[in-house]
Write a protein that binds this ligand. Structure first.
Ligand code: SF4
Length: 275
């Protein structure tokens, strides 16, 4: 049994490993009940991950292996802290008056929130009951596993579409693109508000044809409120080194302003609201 812990405030950029050595593999977890789960950390005061100020909860567990991932210490459940959903909800409760007065809310990120569907659903449902706006940031890879009840707990989905070209997606993440596109189409069909996030990695995802595929896919979707272009950065590089992982982007530059503008304009030309 994992040691029972309490979640710590901090930053997504803090390295956290080895908190729950006997945790199962992320793809082996049975989380229907969701009373307990594995959490990396939480931040308060984010103004970026949804409308208004947010409490941001970082889950452990992810099935993708993005070559530029800023937080590889969220990949495995064993690196997270094992906590009860009630503990997280109690923590969140302390921020409710401030969040409500400023029209903020809760965003669950990761890692991948849908690895722990039962656990994150409990927290999202409790947040909604407390009158908070709710969001998850997800790759959508496990979208087929989220039932309608899960989606009903969400006011917004921050959907990371890491590439429009299936081959590039596979190269960047080690997984298939199709489940993400299926999830995007399902969200569009029910009119769920979505902000799409696209990480711009020079030499990997910046090919105009790759960007164009995402832009053309999203342009007809009225529920997509924003496409956000997120420039690659090196803030997570130290984690790869500390975890003795092979990091392919040591020499990858951050995108120039010209490149960022080119990609933004490409989305806008297709009819997307991009920033
Ligand atoms: S989906 Fe997110 S957490 Fe998972 S590997 Fe990719 S960047 Fe990292």
């Amino acid at each position: 049994m994992s040691q029972f812990g309490h979640i710590e405030t901090g930053s997504r950029h803090d390295l956290r490993v080895g908190r729950s050595p006997d945790a199962p593999q992320a793809d082996d977890l049975h989380d229907e009940d969701g009373a307990f789960g594995y959490v990396h950390s939480y931040e308060t005061g984010s103004n970026y991950d949804g409308p208004g100020p947010r409490v941001l909860l970082f889950m452990s567990g992810c099935l993708l292996r993005c070559s530029y991932c800023h937080n590889p210490d969220t990949w495995h459940l064993k690196d997270g802290t094992y906590v009860s959903a009630q503990h997280v909800i109690d923590r969140l409760g302390g921020f409710v008056p401030a969040l409500r007065s400023l029209n903020g809310g809760l965003t669950i990120s990761g890692g991948e929130p849908m690895v722990q569907l039962g656990f994150t659903r409990r927290i999202l449902a409790a947040a909604k009951q407390m009158g908070l706006h709710t969001a998850i940031e997800t790759s959508g890879f496990l979208g087929d596993h989220a039932d309608d009840r899960y989606l009903s707990c969400l006011d917004l989905v921050l959907l990371d579409i890491k590439s429009g070209d299936p081959e590039t997606y596979r190269k960047a993440t080690g997984r298939e693109l199709a489940p993400t596109l299926r999830f995007a189409e399902r969200l569009a069909a029910i009119g769920k508000p979505v902000w799409v996030r696209f990480t711009l990695v020079p030499g990997l995802t910046d090919d105009p044809a790759n960007v164009e595929k995402i832009a053309q896919f999203l342009a007809p979707m009225k529920n997509v409120e924003w496409v956000e272009v997120q420039p690659f950065h090196q803030l997570g590089a130290f984690k790869w080194k500390a975890m003795k992982l092979e990091y392919k982007h040591a020499n990858t530059p951050t995108p120039t302003p010209d490149l960022v503008n080119r990609v933004l304009e490409q989305f806008r030309a297709a009819g997307c609201r991009a920033r």
